[in-house]
Design a protein around this ligand. Structure first.
Ligand SMILES: [Zn+2]
Length: 140
């Protein structure tokens, strides 16, 4: 396998093959969360959504096509388009100018891929697991 990253379904915990599923986020929910947050914090240009107590980011979902139905308003990434660290970085750059991104857990999703916790059983994960201290595990 040449892929750096595997997609593991949040619903059934099965690995998702190319063409078999997506990463997606409910953009309508993220827009609502951003509007509510902006009403709370006002015009403060220093305010950051993810640092404001009480905010709950909208979660990116990783799933097989058949394991659930997506939200009506969704931003969707086919799993085969995020199979490498470079791909993940390209998506981060691409998504950076999307207003909804700040109200989602995109960077937590990537953080779980970079530093998988024992509890991270689904999402986008490295094909070669690393231990909690960041060192390689297995043959590497
Ligand atoms: Zn599934």
């Amino acid at each position: 396998m040449d892929d750096d990253l595997v997609a593991v379904c949040d619903v059934c915990l099965g690995e998702i093959a190319d063409g078999g599923g997506v990463l997606e986020v409910n953009t309508a929910a993220a827009d609502r969360a951003l509007r509510a947050w902006r009403t709370r914090v006002g015009a403060d240009p220093q305010a950051l959504f993810h640092l404001t107590p009480g905010t709950r980011p909208v979660k990116w979902v990783v799933r097989h096509h058949d394991c659930d139905t997506g939200p009506v308003f969704a931003y969707t990434i086919a799993v085969e388009r995020i199979r490498s660290w470079t791909g993940a970085m390209e998506w981060s750059v691409h998504l950076a100018d999307k207003p909804f991104l700040a109200a989602t857990d995109w960077f937590d999703l990537l953080d779980r891929a970079l530093h998988p916790r024992r509890a991270a059983v689904s999402g986008i994960l490295p094909r070669t697991p690393r231990d909690l201290s960041g060192g390689p595990v297995g043959d590497a």
